[in-house]
Design a protein around this ligand. Structure first.
Ligand code: HEM
Length: 423
């Protein structure tokens, strides 16, 4: 592996510190300074080359000589990487056949089978169900909610009382998982995704291992039940899907179900939280939606651009001589694409720091691009737009009750809570 890092600016010189509460509270001024520092920066603690600008992130996502994984082509030793950490075998098993960990040809094969089931048509057909779930969850909240949901003085946390139960209910319905199991799934998901942070503690890793173990057992039981008694749900379809004689194995179905459940809980909930915070701190923008001046589906794109729930995705360089952001990389180099920075790049978005729901830019980098482009984008967009529609109809007087705080993580960006009043 060639060492390119030493010649490149370190983003710490302009304040990049993913563990710093000030950075987490508002990373965008630092990300702007990082764009000014260079198209490529080098972050030594993780040996990653960070790509700061929109055009370069866009191109890197489509570069086929970069991969989310390298094990299909190189051993860890050849790649200058340690052997996989065998302390977390169940976690590794839950990830083994996740689309997010595969590259062609395995990725192409499994993605074809999963997209045969997860089609735009099957998602569009869910609209009435999604509307009903949103309406019912909101109604419960507005009617007084459960004691657990409602805080003092009519204050609600929109994350725990609405966004989470709603989005879990949607994916449960889609997959054919009992909605009552939602809280358990949510807890497993929260634990598992801690493994994706730039730094995670030993305790977090142990919790992720336990969660993966329980989650795998749960999904295997569900598959066994559907094999015995098929139902019209996604798990049954994943079992039955066949393409040119090809089928998904049980292990592949388990990993697919886990990735679908995890993706939904974290990214969609956080987009709703971050986006509603943006709307409520820009009341003129919320009014534009309530008045019908801007369609919810249009506003959703600005929510995803302005404060994305996923800030960083990484790739390995799989061949020598790959040029990214004007620099040449070699086998074993690691690239980190800064989505939040790309989405605020003034070279791509005029007045990028202005939150403008009418902007109508759906080509932001929120759902990625290239072969790993988000399979759930149509579902996420629908869920988010339905939520805005229902909220504007039901809660015209939505107001922030307290300044919301972000969770102390950089890669997965989301609020701890979003306390509002509806009076
Ligand atoms: C607002 C919500 C969401 C956001 C911002 C989001 C974002 C993303 C991004 C950026 C990627 C690509 C990662 C990469 O290139 O390395 C991705 C992949 C993926 N997403 Fe989403 N996602 C969201 C919701 C969902 C939902 C609702 C589902 C499904 C139920 C889903 C399922 C997936 C899957 C399966 C992949 C892997 C695709 C592949 O590797 O081929 N996502 N998502």
């Amino acid at each position: 592996m060639r060492e390119t890092g030493s010649m490149i600016a370190d983003p710490a010189s302009v304040g990049f510190d993913p563990a710093d509460p000030g950075f987490i509270a508002d990373p965008y001024p630092t990300l702007a300074a990082m764009r000014g520092l260079g198209r490529v920066l080098y972050y030594p603690p993780r040996r990653v080359h960070l790509i700061t600008q929109f055009a370069d992130v866009h191109a890197a996502l489509r570069e086929r000589r970069l991969g989310r994984a390298f094990r299909h082509r190189y051993t860890p030793a050849e790649f200058g990487q340690p052997e996989p950490d065998d302390r977390w075998p169940r976690w590794a098993e839950s990830e083994r056949w996740s689309l997010l960990n595969l590259e062609p040809p395995d990725h192409t094969r499994i993605r074809r089978l999963v997209t045969a089931v997860f089609t735009a048509r099957s998602i569009a057909a869910m609209r009435p169900t999604i509307e009903e779930l949103s309406r019912a969850t909101l109604q419960l909240l507005l009617d007084g909610g459960s004691d657990a949901d409602r805080g003092a003085g009519g204050v609600w946390d929109l994350i725990s009382a609405y966004a989470q139960p709603y989005s879990v209910a949607v994916i449960c319905r889609l997959l054919g998982v009992p909605v009552g199991d939602g809280p358990r799934l949510l807890a497993w998901s929260h634990a598992i995704v801690k493994m994706y942070e730039l730094r995670s503690t030993e305790a977090e890793q142990q919790a992720a291992e336990r969660a993966a173990d329980e989650f795998i057992g749960y999904v295997r039981d569900l598959i066994a039940m559907r094999r015995e008694r098929p139902a019209g749900d996604l798990i049954t379809e994943l079992i039955e899907v066949a393409d040119a004689g090809d089928r998904l194995t049980e292990d592949e179905i388990v990993c697919t179900v886990i990735v679908l459940l995890n993706a939904v809980h974290e990214a969609t909930v956080n987009t709703l939280g971050n986006g509603l915070r943006a709307l409520l701190t820009h009341p003129d923008q919320w009014r534009a939606i309530v008045n019908g001046g801007v369609e919810p589906a249009t506003a959703v794109e600005e929510m995803l651009r302005w404060d994305p729930p996923l800030q960083l995705f990484e790739r390995w360089v799989l061949e020598d001589g790959v040029v990214i952001a004007g620099r040449e990389f070699g086998v074993g180099d690691r690239i980190g694409m800064l989505f939040g920075s790309a989405n605020r790049d003034p070279a791509r978005f005029p007045e990028p720091d202005r939150f403008a729901v009418a902007r109508g830019e759906s080509t932001h980098i929120g759902f990625g691009g290239g072969v790993h482009f988000c399979i759930g984008a149509p579902l996420a967009r629908l869920e988010l737009a339905v939520s805005l529609s229902q909220l504007r109809a039901a809660a015209l007087q939505l107001r922030l009750a307290a300044e919301p705080e972000y969770q102390p993580y950089f890669v997965i960006r989301g609020l701890r809570a979003l306390d509002v009043t509806t009076g």
